[in-house]
Structures are given as C-alpha cells and as structure tokens.
Design a protein around this ligand. Structure first.
Ligand SMILES: [Zn+2]
Length: 286
C-alpha cells in the first residue's frame, strides 16, 4: 500500500482489492464545501445535502473512463426545487441548490416533493454524445438514490457511503468489476467488503488519513492505493458563455431589454460572478 498523504485537503483516492474483482474510491472535501456554502445563505439541511452531492459527483466522476463532465441533479416541486453538483474529470467541482421558504426536517425525497421528484445523472463527454439517466427519488438518502440508479442502469454492484460534519464532506464508493472467465474465486467478497465498510463511522471517514481508513476496514485484504487526485471548487462560467446565452435571446428581445433597463446584469448562481452588458455590447451580441 502506498503511504502518500494527499497534499490537498480535497482529494479523491482510488483503490483496488488485488484478489477480488472490486474497486473503490474515497473522496474528502473541505475547501470546496466552504466555497460552495459561502456563495448563498443555505439552510442547515441543505448545507449537508450540498456536501453529499459534491462528494457523490466527485466519486461518480472517478468511474468515468474519458474526459468530460458529470452532473448530478435532483429536482422536484417541493420546498427544495433543485440540488445540483457537477464534477469534471480534472477534479473541478461546483454545486447549487434552490429552495423556497423554510425547509422541514425531512428526507431528501420529501423535501423535493415526494412522488414528483427525480434524480438525473448526466454525463457530458468532451468528445461525444451527452448521456442522461433518470430515476425516481425513491431512496431515503442521496446515497441510496444513487445506488438505485446503478441498480437500474448497470449489472455491476455499486455502493456509496456519504457523510458530512465539521465543515467537511466525505464518501466511499465500492464497485464490482467484471471478472475474466465469469466465475468468482471468492463468491462472498462483495458482501463481506460492503459489511466491513458499513462499520466505518462518519468521524473516521471525515477525519482519518486514507491509508488508516483502508487499514482499519480491510486489513485482511490486499488493497492497492493509488496516488490521490486533487479536487477543487471551480466555476466554468465565462464572459464568452454568457454572451452566447444572450445571443440566443435574439436581436428583438435583447434590444427591448436594453431599452427598458439600460443594461443587462447576469449573476452566475454557482460563483456569484456578476457580468454587465450595455448597449455598447450590442454590435457584438447581434
Ligand atoms: Zn460562475
């Protein structure tokens, strides 16, 4: 097992059970959580859910085998309208939630509006077709909802553990790998490794070094730990993208807004960056 300690407070570490057809990832976020929660005055339950969504997006992006973006989106018509987190394969994360009024202390699906709510996972490759999978939000927690998503869309077992606390968010993902030849050498391996992972406390996952977590859980297994990959908050908004969005409104609409308001102010919800466009920008926008 490698003894590298990640330099960044925010990282993803992948690991592999050498003798079992199982892979895993650990993600821990602190600076990213602070950045995201600092942008809006989020209620307490949403702070925890945003932390979980960020970790889940980072874990799921770790399963991608190509360059691109993964977007996790939970939508509904309840007091919580939207919970969204995005991670690029380069480890750039951003997240947002939209809500109305006071949030009751209820599970995610109830906050989003019970039967009307759903979870969408969008994979947006740098080269290739965008793919979106949607499942009803029928789990009690975000982790369970994502597990249901995998149960519906993939043959391979996938489990997630997501925790938050003390300004941090962390998670573990385990995934079965297809085995050469089909037959398993160790039929109970998946259940055994999942049961071991269930014994980890939130405090341990949030606080202990990755090597210690893996030793504590799987000391009887041969686990290979790969170098940690840094994760960080970054917003993909830009002046060019905002101008493209404005162009799509069309000349008549743009002229009418500018006539009425004198300028167009656009604030990015993810990073609070504000951009202002005036009639002087019209030639470029038309
Ligand atoms: Zn932005």
């Amino acid at each position: 097992m490698s003894t590298d300690t990640p330099a960044s407070s925010d990282f993803r570490s992948k690991f592999l059970f050498e003798d079992l057809a199982i892979r895993g990832e650990i993600v821990r976020l602190e600076a990213t959580v602070a950045e995201v929660l600092g942008k809006h005055d989020y209620p307490t339950q949403l702070q925890a859910l945003l932390g979980e969504a960020l970790v889940a997006a980072a874990l799921l992006t770790g399963t991608l085998k190509f360059e691109g973006l993964l977007i996790l989106q939970a939508k509904g018509e309840g007091p919580l309208n939207l919970l969204m987190a995005e991670c690029s394969n380069g480890g750039q994360l951003r997240a947002i939630a939209r809500w109305d009024g006071t949030l009751p202390d209820e599970p995610l699906a109830n906050l989003l509006g019970g039967g009307m709510s759903h979870l969408a996972i969008t994979i947006d490759p740098a080269n290739g077709q965008r793919y979106q999978g949607i499942v009803p939000l029928d789990g009690l927690s975000l982790a369970e909802c994502i597990e249901h998503y995998f149960a519906q869309s993939e043959q391979l077992g996938t489990r997630l553990w997501l925790v938050t606390g003390g300004g941090r968010a962390a998670g573990i993902l385990l995934q079965e790998l297809p085995e050469a030849g089909g037959a398993r050498r160790d039929a109970d391996a998946w259940n055994r490794v999942c049961r071991l992972t269930d014994t980890l406390t939130a405090q341990e996952l949030l606080g202990l070094p990755t090597e210690t977590v893996l030793n504590r859980l799987y000391h009887q297994e041969d686990v290979r730990l790969f170098d940690a990959e840094p994760l960080a908050f970054a917003c993909s908004c830009s002046d060019a993208r905002t101008r493209n969005a404005l162009r799509s409104l069309g000349a008549t609409e743009l002229r009418s807004i500018l006539d009425e308001q004198g300028q167009i102010d656009i604030t990015c919800e993810f990073c609070n960056q504000r951009r202002t466009y005036t009639p002087a920008d019209l030639p470029d926008l038309l």
